[in-house]
Structures are given as C-alpha cells and as structure tokens.
Design a protein around this ligand. Structure first.
Ligand SMILES: [Zn+2]
Length: 295
C-alpha cells in the first residue's frame, strides 16, 4: 500500500532538493517533491469507507479514520509499515463512519494530532449515540465497540492550516451528506479526498439536510479544480477513481431530488433510485436516511 519504507534516503533527497537557488551563500529550497496520496479502502463492508493517506518524504497525514474495529486495525498496520510518523488525522465531517477509528488510531499513534472543523466537533458524541449501532449492525463482528471521543479529543484546524512536509493541504467546506462537510485538495498530487461529498456506484445518505442544490454546488467546485484522481467517501473496492465520478454524483443527486419531490416515502425513493441505478451498493441507505431525518 505504502511503498516507501525501504527507499534509500538519497532517493528522497534527490526528489526533495531537485532545484536549488542560492541566496547570500545559503541554499534555498526552490522545488519540493509532490505529495503522494494513497486511497485506503475498507477490506470489509458494509460501508466500504475510503480514507486518504497523504505522504511526504518524511511524514504522513490521514483523512478520515474508518468505521469498524477490524478495518481500523488494518489501516493502523499499513500506517506502521510505512515507516513514517503519522503527524495528524483530519476528519471531513461529523459522521460516525468517518471518525469512529480515531480512538484506536490515537492508541497506536499517541503523538498524532486529531483535527476537525470547530463547528463539527461538538456533534461527534451525539452521532455515536444515534448512529453507531444502526450502521454497525451489518458489519462483520457487529457494531464497532468504540466510545465517543471526549470533547477535547479533536482540535479545530489551526489558523495556519494543515501541512505535510511543509506543503499546505487545502480544505474546502460545504454541503455533502452532512451540512458541515469538507473536502481535502492535495494540489501537487492533483487529488481530491472528498469524504461524503462524492460516492461512486454507491447510494448516498441523505437524512441530515435538504440542501441538495448546495451539495451539487460543492461537487461543481471540486470539478473546477480539475482533479486527476478523486478519493470518494464510499465505493466498492473495484470501482474507478477518475473525475467522471463527479458527473455521476451530480446526476444521482438530481435524480434523488426528483424522486423525493414525487413521493417522499423511503420505499418510493428506494424503488425509484434502485430502478435507475440497479448496480449501486448500499440500497439500505434510503430507509436509514428517512428513519433518522429530523427536518
Ligand atoms: Zn460515510
């Protein structure tokens, strides 16, 4: 998964210090190696969460933490074998399938910082109570046995932003399957890690808000970045990851909106959407979405 652990130091140095400028006799770094983004996919369902591992020459940042205990342990094993320190973990939005692994990750990497948006942090504990059992019931081994993180567990993203080996990581906020969602743009890798703003061949959760136009607007904002690779929030392990998933997500959201406007019952929406997208995963999500809807 991460192939750098035996790479000789001189290879990194060649990549890192490929161009020097000289100012007052001191060498100045004029070009840095692009960051590498590895898409880490759950090895077991039902949700097939995807995390993004952002890797620089000497350190790693992680976006989203996985849901089931089994998958978090597998992720931890791969991070350990990278041979590089995990500096920080960023959670894209306050849904339990994205932050549930944080507690186990902290045990494995006690020096890592855990970040989320300040507005999202107070919502984490309630999400554990409300969603964990329902989503985890179908997971191998049952519901993940992870307690809610304490309010002080996560820190707000610092004003200076997040970096990997000095390179800034850009965060764009907006609507996804939660009204306080965000995506992570790794410019030098032309890769976007979307959390649950974009899915691929997978039905999306829609129970936390009604602003589908707002959601579509954020997908269009991602399109404007012209990414080469899109690390989506959920998808079966073998689906593609190029920017065409963005068009598909917009089409799915428009079709969902039309289906719900016609008949807002969960059964009717499920019937309409599974007829239109028969090969999409997670068709249980329509009943789940309407079951937790509060507005
Ligand atoms: Zn999710």
């Amino acid at each position: 998964m991460l192939r750098s652990r035996h790479r000789p130091v001189w290879l990194w140095l060649m990549g890192l210090f490929s161009v020097f400028a000289v100012t007052g006799g001191e060498p100045v770094l004029a070009q840095t190696a692009p960051l590498k983004v590895t898409e880490w996919v759950s090895k077991s369902g039902p949700l097939f969460d995807r995390s993004g591992i952002i890797e620089g020459p000497t350190e790693i940042g992680l976006v989203d933490t996985q849901f089931t205990n089994a998958n978090v342990h597998r992720l931890i094993a791969d991070l350990i074998e990278s041979g590089k320190p995990l500096r920080w973990v960023y959670v894209t939005h306050p849904h339990v399938d994205h932050f549930n692994g944080a507690t186990l990750l902290r045990t494995a990497f006690p020096d890592a910082k855990f970040y989320a948006q300040a507005s999202a942090i107070p919502l984490f504990a309630g999400m554990v109570a409300e969603r964990q059992a329902g989503l985890g019931a179908a997971a191998p081994g049952g519901a993940p046995n992870v307690t809610a993180p304490a309010p002080t567990f996560f820190e707000p993203v610092p004003g200076a932003g997040l970096k990997v080996d000095g390179q800034p990581i850009e965060i764009i906020r907006g609507f996804g399957d939660h009204p306080d969602s965000s995506v992570v743009w790794v410019r030098s890798a032309k890769t976007v890690i979307t959390g649950d703003v974009v899915f691929s061949h997978t039905h999306a959760f829609t129970g936390d808000h009604d602003d589908i136009p707002g959601w579509i607007a954020l997908v269009k904002e991602i399109q404007a970045l012209k990414p080469d690779r899109v690390v989506v929030g959920h998808a079966a392990p073998d689906v593609r990851r190029d920017a065409s998933v963005l068009d598909e997500q917009i089409r799915w959201l428009e079709d969902y909106s039309a289906a719900r406007a016609k008949d807002p019952s969960a059964d009717a929406i499920k019937k309409a959407m599974t007829a239109k997208y028969p090969d999409y995963a997670n068709d249980f999500i329509f009943v789940f979405s309407e079951g937790v809807r509060k507005h």
